[in-house]
Write a protein that binds this ligand. Structure first.
Ligand code: CP
Ligand code: NVA
Length: 305
């Protein structure tokens, strides 16, 4: 990302630690109301386009509110109501939108579509979730962790459940923010080997095992996600594979006494987490959801300056 290339926010493995820290610092300043005037209104007169090929509550509303609060506006496109849904190419859509707007956020069914958008857009492209990653969520998650427990460097986080798009972005985050990540996943739902190989090559501290209890002992945070992601069509077999990966009070009791519970939401009480945990004293999921707004501002600030 040098020269005249737009500053895309595609995946955490494509960005370096210093850049990611700049985004988190900006997010914190915005949240505390400490941003300089130029930064606080950095979208004045600007427009963010948002393309959603999958449903969204948090990503959609937090980006739209962020754009408004930063002095700009957002335009939402659903493929069914645009020519994308009738076969206009991603490349042509990227070239046209770049003539109207100042940044493009896309939530898409395939990572390749995100990358194609970035190849052809002449404005920054932001990954609002793909089948394999969800980096904006991780920025909010790291922000939340650090608000509650201090710098995440050297800390230990355990992921329980499906080795899905969130798990992949947690792996990227563990490497970039230098913390240990333990993934308790059933064998058939391990994260992709290529991602684990990348993390190993980068010197990341990543452990994957099917044994929840041993991985959760004395950790700083426990995190999970839905057992059935958008686009998954094998819900019944996933429930069977993941039943013993539920985050309940027994699991939380093995972690450190001050450990926090994180979940990107939407949650399914009784499946991946019990009501007692997600609605209990260790859960920080509402701070985490709020921090999507502040994190989006930090990401937009980095992309546009
Ligand atoms: N966590 C998250 O991305 O939520 P939405 O699907 O509601 O955007
Ligand atoms: N893994 C989930 C995350 C939702 C924010 C999904 O892709 O549906």
């Amino acid at each position: 990302q040098t020269g005249n290339q737009p500053k895309h926010f595609l995946d955490l493995d494509r960005l370096d630690t210093a850049e990611l820290r700049l985004m988190l610092d900006a997010a914190g300043r915005m949240k505390r109301g400490e941003a300089a005037n130029g930064e606080a209104k950095l979208l004045a007169g600007k427009t963010l386009a948002m393309i959603f090929e999958k449903p969204s509550t948090r990503t959609r509303v937090s980006f739209e509110v962020a754009a408004n609060q930063l002095g700009g506006q957002a335009v939402v496109l659903e493929p069914s109501g645009t020519q994308l849904g009738r076969g206009e190419t991603v490349a042509d859509t990227a070239r046209v939108l770049s003539r109207y707007v100042d940044a493009i956020m896309i939530r898409t069914t395939k990572e390749e579509i995100l990358l194609e958008m970035a190849d052809y857009a002449t404005v920054p492209v932001i990954n609002g979730l793909t089948d394999v990653t969800h980096p904006c969520q991780l920025m909010a998650d790291v922000l939340t962790f650090e608000e509650h427990l201090g710098r995440i460097d050297g800390k230990v986080v355990t992921w329980c459940g499906d080795g899905n798009n969130m798990a992949v972005s947690w792996i990227h985050a563990a490497v970039r923010f230098n913390f240990e990540l333990r993934l308790a996943c059933p064998e058939p739902l391990r994260p992709p080997q290529a991602v684990l190989d990348w993390a190993a090559a980068e010197g990341g501290k990543i452990v994957v095992s099917p044994d929840v209890d041993s991985l959760v002992k004395d950790v700083d945070a426990v995190v999970t996600d839905t057992w059935v992601s958008m686009g998954d069509d094998d819900g019944e077999s996933r429930h069977n594979l993941l039943r013993s990966y539920q985050v309940d009070e027994h699991v939380m009791a093995l972690a450190k006494p001050n450990a926090i519970f994180l979940h990107c939401l939407p949650a399914h009480r009784g499946d991946e987490v019990t009501a007692a945990v997600i609605d209990g004293p260790q859960s920080v999921v509402w701070d985490e959801a709020e921090n999507r707004l502040h994190a989006q501002k930090g990401i937009l600030a980095w992309c546009l300056t």
